[in-house]
Write a protein that binds this ligand. Sequence first.
Ligand code: F6P
Length: 530
Amino acid sequence: MTRMPWPNATPPVPTDPVWQEFVTAAHQADSHAASLRVIDAAGLHVDVSAQRQSAELDRAAEQLLTQRHLAAAREALFDGELVNVSEGRAAQHSVLREAAPPAEVAMERERVRAFVQYADTERRWRNIVHVGIGGSDWGPRLAVAAFGNTGRWRTIRFVSNVDGHAIEGGLAGLDPRDTLVVVSSKSFTTTETMLNAERALNWLRAGELPEPWQHVVAITANPERARAWGVPESQIFRFWDWVGGRYSIWSSIGLPVALSVGSEVLAGMWAGATEMDRHFKTAAFERNAPVQMALAGVINRSVLNYGSRAVVPYDTRLFHLVPYLQQLEMESLGKSVGLDGSPVTLPTGPVVWGMPGTDAQHTFFQWLHQGSDGAPVDFIVCRHADHRWPQHHQLLLANCLAQRAALLRGRSPQHMPGSAAETASDAHGAKLAAHRATQGGRPSTLIVLPRLTPHALGALLALYEHKVFVESVIWGINPFDQWGVEYGKTVADRVVAALTDRASYEAEDYDPSTGHWIENFSRAVQGKRS
Ligand code: F6P
């Protein structure tokens, strides 16, 4: 364990007077009324009006942030200190997007640019098969879907899951002569990725290409492994162990984005993210968008006890934003011990879930409006669309605003305008009114992008990264490790061994149900009838 780079490593306790003042102020703030509070940050408008707010709450929040040493923590992050204490690593992903990054970053960036330029000039590779998972997959998927909406001359297919149907579908119908396989993996050891990569390599070999390895590119922080696997040195693009997987879209991991939708998309995303970095570093806390979103996140989770938060982009091109944020937030904030190893006593990171609107309205909004739990919502929308039909965009904007307003104000039985049944004083009318009432008071944030440009997407992703960091500082947890996932991987390795080799199976290692299914499945795996 590395020493904490800022003074307060202990998670807050419910009895702490500063915390208690924050809790009291949050409870006292009106849940149904919004006074306009919009923060402009890196070209985005972040409207936190529909979150709890009051002058007392602002004061209590300021005290809390001082007690948690947020300013020192932020400095440590940007100074490259070892903020990832359990792995002894820095978390310097923001360096990757700087206009003038350190030499090794600039050199790798240039290698990616030159490779893409060569491929484009030569019109090489009509098809890209991208093999990678988690942080080595969601970022490229998101950016390609966001900016490839109107078609592009290259086809790109993403293969992440170890389910053989994924690689089967990923390769189906492609001509190996015109296909590039991009293997993205920070560690270059991830089981799913390595098996899928092997499968893709065999497919290239079966294509009787003169030089199959010329059709493979590796992107990794472990170039030795990529070399040992067989990738030619000139086709290995690297990044570094101080780049967390879920923060790696800013690194060479962006190469498939450049191949698919253009190098200028990456450059635009870097610029937008850098502008958000600047905002986070310099804006006063009460006008700082990531800080205010984080405070709302902590109130909603640890004070109001909401166990989840919905993310609803009113833009179908941002479909992959939901899983991207699920990884960013849930791998980062799904922690139950403090930086100092002591147990946390407040609830930490919520479940993140969602779907683009307006589909979401016909899927889970009923639960948001009238369910017993409800959840805060992040609404994300672009002021301008990039298609030719203003009527569609008007409807989209109106629906976004309407849902948010309805969740905030609710509708009480006494205030139901409209039909006679609603206002009737007879018993039936009263019952009907009860069914139709919605309680309101559901918190939300509205993020308005001018339009979906690479700059805006970069700013949006950096906004969420910094929000997550601030939440982790308030909760006193490490947002940069993922030991639970690592544990899951080791158990999976043992089960794989048990399924394929009876000798390695120890019944007492497992609960009765897992043991039963290992025995049952091992017959299927070994080709016997079950
Ligand atoms: O999901 C766990 C994880 O370790 C992520 O943090 C990471 O993005 C993903 O696996 C893939 O890892 P790699 O890039 O090393 O293949």
